[in-house]
Design a binder for this molecule. Structure first.
Ligand SMILES: [Fe+2]
Ligand SMILES: [Fe+2]
Length: 202
């Protein structure tokens, strides 16, 4: 049986669809900081931050959001291309990690990743998220809580990587906003997670 605290955590949690929108906004914020004449070390920091955020986001959707949608959605066309599109992003991310930011091809590869992400995010925000809100109803907060808990597990081992890429991109001032969003998300995730752990002990 669910404890009262678990039930409250689920009920009070942001919905999974709003969390997905917040993740998209944070990644797009990072993209906006990248300019051709930005210094290579700042470029590398911005790209690392965006790539980690994208990897965690894609995994959360694949583990929690897409499976929930597969059980209720009638038109699966957008869902079916979602995972192949994530895999294409992963391919570009791997390529970027192996590249030097001084290489002009670094800019083109990052532009290609941005184009892919913008297209994918537009599809999710115009089709999948509104559909989820129509079809998943009261499960949206419960799935949001599940996503928060899983996010903490995925983010914790990468905290060092996130911190170092934030330091590298420090001169870009609104980057701090994006980094702040990642850190605030982790903080909230940690609190929710500890709250649940606490209730299990009683
Ligand atoms: Fe996605
Ligand atoms: Fe997404």
């Amino acid at each position: 049986m669910k404890s009262l605290r678990n039930t409250l955590t689920s009920t009070l949690s942001p919905t999974i669809t709003n969390m997905i929108r917040m993740d998209h906004t944070a990644v797009l914020e990072t993209f906006h900081q990248y300019e051709i004449d930005t210094s290579p070390s700042v470029k590398k920091g911005l790209v690392n931050t965006a790539c980690i955020a994208l990897e965690i986001h894609a995994q959360l959707e694949e583990e929690i959001f897409y499976p929930a949608m597969r059980t209720v959605s009638s038109d699966k066309s957008v869902l079916e291309k979602s995972v192949p599109e994530h895999n294409e992003m992963r391919r570009l991310i791997a390529q970027l990690r192996s590249m030097d930011a001084n290489n002009p091809a670094f800019d083109y590869t990052f532009m290609e990743l941005m184009r892919n992400v913008l297209h994918h995010v537009a599809d999710e925000e115009t089709t999948l998220l509104p559909e989820a809100e129509r079809l998943l109803g009261s499960r949206l907060s419960e799935l949001g809580a599940e996503m928060t808990k899983r996010r903490l597990q995925l983010t914790a081992p990468r905290a060092g990587e996130l911190a170092s890429s934030t330091v590298r991109s420090f001169p870009a001032s609104s980057m701090l906003v994006a980094a702040g969003a990642v850190l605030a998300g982790t903080y909230l995730a940690k609190r929710a997670f500890e709250g649940q752990g606490h209730s299990r002990n009683h």
